[in-house]
Design a protein around this ligand. Structure first.
Ligand SMILES: O=C(O)CCC(=O)C(=O)O
Ligand SMILES: [Fe+2]
Length: 360
């Protein structure tokens, strides 16, 4: 990358001085987008890319045992790779609480937030950063995020979390976990197998949560909040604030550049399929590419919970899927830590990670 002085100063302030993009908007009255955030034209999100008339499925899970629930979940997982669930039993007030806690964290003074900056965080299990991979990205994303690792087997895993949000994060992990398990069960049963001790660590050995914070952006059409990517884990369950201008988009089909808006629905959880489920299912399920558009008038918080494999899990298409249909594996076997290395070693880049292990 060759950078101008302005770019170096902005990057230095945001990344090296650990202020984040939140620090930048608090410190300066911006009327134009700083150059490190200006996306090349092909990465900007324009309204002609929006596909209308093809809404995201909304699935009522008030009775998990009704056959239509499994049917609709498996159908959505194989088509768009993303759906919303309602009537899942978590009260809207609980969601409001965790979203308020996330806002509470980002409203802390900059020096308080900085204590959690990645690389020097006061917590081993929570850290803050900006964009996605700021040291190697030629253009930055308009987002800061605080990541939490859920390690309930360690009694002190949350001892160092920020007090402004600690309780709410623990509670949210606890509430989301059984719902994730139910959905994974449905998806795995539909592949002619079950979740047991042999695959549990691969399907749900880890849980992580992000507090994503997207400040108001002076020129949103030139920036991106989160660049195009698919989640690499098994399943992500995401809360997004209601009443916020258009934000999350999911790619409608693998081969086209049309995107479907994922509207905030009060109390709903957005569920998206990650790469690991696409690999295990040998493409029965689709990990959906998605991106986040920012806006000029309000900041936005989103809270994904990522459920996924432990680092040493070996990921490959399930024999139950291949044997039943006598089909060839479409992906080569990979250890999850190598998969992570590939994903985190580059900027957000669509579905390049899963493509890297696709067999010819
Ligand atoms: O902010 C959102 O709605 C989605 C964020 C996202 O895709 C991620 O954190 O992986
Ligand atoms: Fe994502």
């Amino acid at each position: 990358m060759s950078l101008t002085t302005d770019e170096i100063e902005v990057r230095d302030f945001v990344v090296n001085q650990k202020n984040g993009v939140k620090g930048l908007v608090d410190f300066l009255t911006l009327t134009t987008l700083p150059s490190p955030y200006i996306q090349p034209p092909q990465e900007r999100f324009t309204s002609d890319k929006i596909l209308l008339g093809s809404p995201v499925p909304v699935i009522d899970v008030s009775n998990w045992n009704e056959p239509h629930v499994a049917r609709e979940i498996c159908h959505a997982a194989s088509k768009l790779g993303l759906f919303q669930i309602v009537n899942h039993g978590i009260a809207p007030a609980e969601f409001k609480g965790v979203i308020a806690a996330a806002r509470g964290f980002f409203e802390l003074p900059a020096e308080e937030r900085r204590r959690y900056w990645r690389g020097s965080s006061v917590s081993e299990t929570a850290w803050l950063t900006t964009s996605f991979n700021p040291c190697i990205e030629s253009v930055l994303e308009w987002r800061d995020f605080l990541k939490f690792e859920y390690l309930p087997q360690r009694h002190d895993f949350a001892a160092t979390w920020p007090s402004v949000c600690k309780e709410q994060v623990i509670d949210h992990f606890k509430r989301i976990k059984p719902i994730t398990e139910r959905i994974l069960n449905i998806l795995i049963n539909n592949l002619n197998t079950i979740i047991d001790e042999s695959n549990k660590e691969t399907l749900m050995g880890t849980m992580r949560m992000n507090f994503n914070y997207y400040p108001k952006c002076p020129e949103p059409s030139l920036a991106i909040g989160t660049g195009r990517h698919s989640d690499i884990n098994t399943l992500t369950l995401l809360l997004q604030e209601d009443g916020v201008l258009s934000s999350l988009y999911a790619r409608a089909t693998e081969d086209g550049d049309k995107w479907i808006h994922v509207p905030p629905i009060p109390g709903a959880i957005v569920v998206n399929i990650g790469d690991v489920l696409q690999i295990l299912s040998n493409d029965r399920y689709r990990s959906v590419e998605h991106c986040v558009v920012v806006n000029k008038y309000c900041s936005r918080v989103s809270i994904p919970v990522f459920c996924g494999p432990v680092h040493d899990s070996v990921i490959e298409p399930l024999p139950e899927v291949l044997d039943k249909n006598n089909e060839m594996a479409r992906y080569r076997k990979i250890v999850y830590s190598d998969y992570l290395k590939f994903f985190f070693g580059r900027p957000h880049d669509g579905k390049k990670t899963i493509e890297s292990i696709k067999l010819p």
